[in-house]
Design a protein. Structure first.
Length: 277
């Protein structure tokens, strides 16, 4: 029996989700399942939204991780906490459950990279859907986090933090970063295609850090990561997080698990695809 899944976002020109999910389908010999891109611009979102719920499930990326919430019948614990959804589970074509598999993937990554030490000072750039997920993750494990945002959005984000009781989270204007941070995390699209020469923060702030985690995976080396690499600062891109959130998506949709060997193969495959682009 064939089933249809996909990714909602805009723009999706450089997304590798179709490659990744197709490979994961093949591991479980469910090749009849398809995964397509729904590259829907914001002005056409409401008009096309109903078509998404005719699928058997779908993932969500920017700019719709919070915009999709009013269309859902319920939210999982991870989605409620993060106020952000990147996966919709569709049950009997009438129950639309929002999940956040990014939270699972992000947590696995920061544990592996050694970024959960309470003594570390961490700077997060961006407070959109992914930024909210990261803030809720840090707050839930009592880790302090400073978030740099545009001056024009400071008040709005302060209200969000207050209303959601994120007591370990503080805000600063991205134009007034003066202190140094051990870890820098980029949760904005700045540095991805087509603006690959852009960097979300000034170089001198990057040079004071010990670790840079850019959630962008395409290109594999953003300008932010280039600065880190050229100055011997430890760094990671978003490929591993991309794979882990996709694996978690399949666990939710199909109630199946993947071996570490299969996850490693998927990671190396995506890495190779990116290197050949």
């Amino acid at each position: 029996m064939s089933k249809k899944f996909g990714l909602l976002g805009y723009p999706l020109d450089h997304s590798l989700s179709k490659h990744l999910h197709t490979m994961l389908f093949s591991f479980k010999e469910i090749d009849k399942y398809s995964y397509d891109m729904f590259n829907i611009s914001p002005d056409l979102f409401k008009k096309n939204c109903d078509n998404l719920f005719k699928l058997d499930g779908f993932n969500i990326t920017a700019p719709y991780k919070t915009q999709i919430i009013p269309y859902l019948t319920s939210l999982s614990k991870s989605a409620k906490i993060s106020k952000s959804v990147n996966l919709v589970e569709i049950i009997n074509k009438k129950n639309y459950i929002g999940h956040n598999t990014d939270k699972y993937a992000f947590w696995k990554c920061i544990k592996k990279y050694g970024l959960t030490d309470p003594s570390l000072k961490t700077l997060l750039i961006g407070f959109g859907g992914t930024g909210k997920m990261i803030a809720s993750t840090f707050d839930s494990i009592n880790l302090n986090l400073t978030i740099a945002v545009r001056p024009s959005s400071l008040q709005k984000h302060k209200e969000f933090i207050y209303l959601n009781k994120l007591n370990n989270i503080s805000l600063i204007s991205i134009e007034n970063i003066s202190q140094s941070f051990n870890t820098i995390i980029n949760a904005t699209p700045i540095g991805s295609f087509p603006n690959i020469d852009a960097c979300p923060i000034p170089k001198h702030i990057i040079l004071k850090s010990n670790f840079v985690f850019d959630l962008i995976y395409n290109p594999t080396k953003t300008k932010l990561l280039e600065y880190a690499k050229n100055h011997n600062i430890s760094h990671k891109n978003g490929i591993e997080m991309l794979v882990l959130q996709a694996v978690k998506s399949h666990e939710i949709w199909f109630n199946i698990t993947y071996s570490q060997a299969q996850i490693d193969i998927a990671y190396l495959y995506i890495k190779k695809v990116l290197q050949n682009e």
